[in-house]
Design a protein around this ligand. Structure first.
Ligand code: 1CP
Length: 352
């Protein structure tokens, strides 16, 4: 049972109101990667922390980094500062972030490597402490209308990093394994799925008010593989969370899904769909018949700023604003983005 204070909060926070089917008093917005390298105060703390993982696992620093964009721009939601790759880390895989090169993991390449993996939730205690720290900081700083989003990578996207050993362009090893030995690949997906259910549940217990599943590489799979490795595990996570936490909305972001967005929304039963920048606004309008939508300004358009950005942001707001809509980018803020462009965008959204 939810207490009445929690119910009031759901209605008072515009971001949660949209996810719960209400009509908010303003169009809520937040930006993927709103905390990060485009902000000088982030770069300063990042240097102080040492490595990226030292920043992620330091609750005091991670809380501070989460708060930075909110203080500047007053987004309607904060997103926990962490990374999708903490799940492989908690499964026992070696993980490091090499400056300028991105993540490096000791690759898992087949059934024989699966026995090395075992989920150890204690690794993630600092993340839960960060969630509590953010809720406290938001209360202390009078952000009563701001909601906190927890997140995880979706199993397919997390699996690509675990198998490729880092970022990839063509996913030869991950897709090759899925095509050639689907039964053992399913075991890896299952392992990630179960860990993710525990991980997101604990974020919710610690104070996350909604969660987002980032499936950044969903667009790499054909229709059959998509059904098996994107839709099915996501549906399982949504169902498990919905059972344990019926009042917590789940946002799915299956980037690059194209024509498969509607079937993803229908089958996974996510409460909202994150849309990449290529999704036509008319298609986004149609998707609102299934669930709320979130998106989809091109991050490069934000980087460029000026009248082109103003025009596109207004087009998005005019076509999608009103109900069942959360303004966001189609992918994360690019590190070269001038902070003043984010300020310009904030003004456009608030004036709408
Ligand atoms: O040195 C640094 O500061 C590292 C840059 C960085 C940052 C700021 C990484 C490394 N991760 C993050 C934080 C992060 N990652 C957040 C924080 C919350 C926020 O949005 O403000 C989130 C939600 C993520 C999620 C994430 N990590 C995704 C999914 C979203 C997306 O961008 O597609 C992915 C794919 C990752 C993996 C990752 N983490 C970092 C890098 C360089 C990468 C590889 C990206 C790639 O393969 O292209």
């Amino acid at each position: 049972m939810m207490n009445s204070k929690a119910i009031d909060e759901r209605n008072e926070k515009p971001f949660l109101a949209v996810l719960n089917g209400g009509v908010p008093e303003r169009t809520p917005f937040w930006l993927m990667r709103q905390a990060g390298r485009y902000l000088p105060e982030y770069r300063e703390l990042r240097t102080k922390a040492g490595s990226f993982l030292d920043l992620v696992y330091n609750p005091e620093f991670a809380t501070e980094v989460t708060m930075q964009p909110l203080r500047r721009y007053g987004m309607d939601a904060a997103i926990l500062f962490s990374d999708i790759l903490v799940i492989p880390h908690a499964l026992g895989q070696d993980l490091s972030f090499v400056q300028g090169e991105g993540p490096k993991l000791d690759p898992v390449r087949g059934e024989k490597d699966l026995s090395r993996l075992r989920y150890d939730d204690t690794v993630l205690q600092p993340v839960y402490e960060t969630v509590r720290g953010i809720r406290n900081a938001m209360a202390d700083e009078g952000m009563e209308e701001t909601a906190l989003i927890g997140f995880a990578g979706a199993p397919w996207t997390v699996a690509t990093y675990m198998i490729e050993g880092g970022s990839s362009r063509d996913f030869i090893h991950a897709k090759g394994w899925a095509y050639s030995e689907p039964d053992s690949f399913a075991k890896l997906i299952e392992l990630i799925t179960e860990a993710t259910i525990v991980y997101l549940g604990k974020q919710i217990d610690a104070g996350a008010e909604a969660v987002q599943l980032f499936d950044s590489w969903a667009g790499a799979l054909d229709e059959d593989q998509y059904a098996r490795w994107v839709i099915a595990p996501t549906e399982k996570i949504v169902l498990a969370l919905h059972k344990a936490y019926p009042h917590i909305p789940v946002i799915g972001f299956p980037r690059g899904s194209g024509a498969l967005y509607p079937v993803y929304a229908q089958q996974t039963k996510v409460h909202a769909l994150g849309l990449d920048s290529q999704v036509p606004l008319e298609m986004a309008v149609a998707l609102k018949d299934i669930c709320a939508v979130q998106g989809n300004l091109d991050p490069v358009c934000l980087l460029s700023g000026g009248t082109a950005m103003e025009k596109r942001a207004r087009d998005i707001l005019e076509t999608l604003g009103g109900d069942r809509f959360i303004f966001n980018l189609g992918h994360g803020v690019i590190k070269e983005t001038p902070p003043i462009h984010v300020e310009q965008l904030t003004r456009i959204i608030r004036q709408f």
